[in-house]
Design a protein around this ligand. Sequence first.
Ligand code: HEM
Ligand code: HEM
Length: 191
Amino acid sequence: MLKINPDRYGVIAQTFHWATAVLVLIAFIYGLGGNEMRVYDAAHDFQRMLHETLGMSVLALVVLRLLWRLLDTRPAPAAAPRWMRLASTAVHGLLYGLLMALPLTAIFGAWLEGHSLTLLAGVNITSPLPLAHALGQSLAEFHTLLGDAIMILAGLHAAAAIYHHLVLRDCVLKAMLPVWFKVWQPKKRWF
Ligand code: HEM
Ligand code: HEM
């Protein structure tokens, strides 16, 4: 019932995909820059709570999504040269890796620096770890680099999906879209 079409990802897999993409984008926009004092300044409490809540939701979603992926049937890969299929698998693997590593570096970074996780609705998760400030700071800095990395990789991944749709004119993009979402595709090759 949940699988409408064997050529497409199922409704649940599509929902996980697009909800994650939107949450990552908003988390990135509301990412906190600057030094530790600025990040944990009371004036930035709301932005930090929003960012941490969005990021924790990404972590929860990616764990559920990977569990669902074990049970779900995915569409057969589009006919494409071997290098392209390998590149696509590698990028998907890296995206999953980043979706896990981003929240984990932030959580452990904040805890090792001695900060609680502060989420919306007054949820506070105090650090269960001993203080290791320098290591925590390095993890927090690494987290910001990973934030940039996921945007670049997701951008290339989205560009590849659009290239498949417009230039190769195959079903790769449609596979991740619901059947009711009609998207224009050229009838003939451009060159
Ligand atoms: C997919 C999820 C996430 C993305 C895309 C993301 C992205 C970013 C980015 C790009 C920055 C740097 C902003 C800038 O330099 O202008 C940042 C900083 C930060 N993020 Fe995240 N983040 C995510 C998840 C989380 C989570 C789950 C937490 C906490 C539980 C968190 C806590 C922080 C903190 C505390 C900083 C400031 C780092 C510092 O101390 O310098 N983030 N994030
Ligand atoms: C932060 C943003 C994004 C992330 C983290 C992300 C992540 C992923 C991941 C991990 C997969 C593999 C799914 C699986 O087989 O389990 C995937 C598939 C896919 N994504 Fe994204 N994605 C993002 C944004 C986008 C955007 C903006 C588009 C379209 C413009 C897009 C189009 C697709 C398509 C068409 C597939 C299926 C590819 C195939 O089966 O070969 N994604 N995405």
